[in-house]
Design a protein around this ligand. Structure first.
Ligand SMILES: Cc1cc2nc3c(=O)[nH]c(=O)nc-3n(C[C@H](O)[C@H](O)[C@H](O)COP(=O)(O)O)c2cc1C
Length: 204
């Protein structure tokens, strides 16, 4: 079983999402002692941002990529290959300014490759990652649950959900630590609550 573990928090050791993503991987290891884990920290080592010319290299054979773009194109390609090689992808995803960290967005940009992760068909587009399981370790300073006053400001989990659905992912679970800034002592919120949700995470 191959697992890809992504972290994107800028808060290093203090990060909540890093603790949750690590706990998810630890739990996966419990039932899969032979788990092979590839780790990528997109905050520590940000991927190159797309420019028009770099975007045009996505999905192109390496020998068609101009020399001046080959280094950056190879980095994006490696990030894509890691996803294609994994059965389970665990993503540490904090909320920053109501969305995902820009470094995580740059990682997503490497994954949308026509012909590889999605394709155009007569019916519109079709996602090709339907065999992948994604588990998101979400952390939010506030509380954005449906029905709460700030629910409409939630563009982090919803962005990931929309993007992964576009790529054909149907098996998506979110383990959420919310209220990490606003109500850290509430039992229903924060890191303790996220770790408790893990007990119910189906492992197979
Ligand atoms: C740059 C930055 C922007 C943030 N923006 C928001 C925000 O828009 N809404 C919110 O509820 N919390 C916000 N927070 C708080 C984080 O979501 C919260 O601390 C979360 O636990 C961070 O996860 P991490 O510790 O894994 O980085 C922000 C934190 C930082 C550092």
């Amino acid at each position: 079983m191959n697992v890809l573990h992504i972290d994107s928090s800028i808060l290093g050791e203090q990060s909540v999402s890093r603790k949750v993503s690590a706990a998810i991987v630890a739990r996966l290891r419990l039932t899969n002692p032979g788990l092979r884990v590839t780790y990528r920290d997109v905050a520590a080592e940000p991927l190159p941002q797309l420019s028009g010319s770099l975007a045009s290299t996505l999905g192109a054979p390496a020998d068609r990529v101009p020399d001046e773009l080959s280094r950056d194109a190879a980095k994006l390609h490696t990030a894509l290959v890691e996803v294609l090689a994994a059965e389970i992808i665990v993503v540490g995803a904090p909320m920053y300014n109501f969305g995902i960290p820009s470094q995580l967005k740059t990682w997503l940009d490497a994954l949308a490759v026509a012909g590889t992760t999605f394709r155009y068909s007569s019916a519109g587009f079709e996602g090709l990652l339907n065999s992948k399981r994604f588990i998101i370790a979400s952390s939010q300073g506030g509380i954005y649950r449906p029905g709460t006053p700030a629910a409409a400001l939630e563009h982090q989990e919803s962005h990931l959900r929309s993007f992964l659905t576009f790529l054909g992912v149907t098996h998506l679970q979110i383990i959420r630590a919310d209220g990490t800034k606003s109500s850290p002592t509430s039992e229903d919120h924060g890191l303790p609550s996220a770790l408790k949700q893990l007990e119910a995470l189906q492992i197979y």
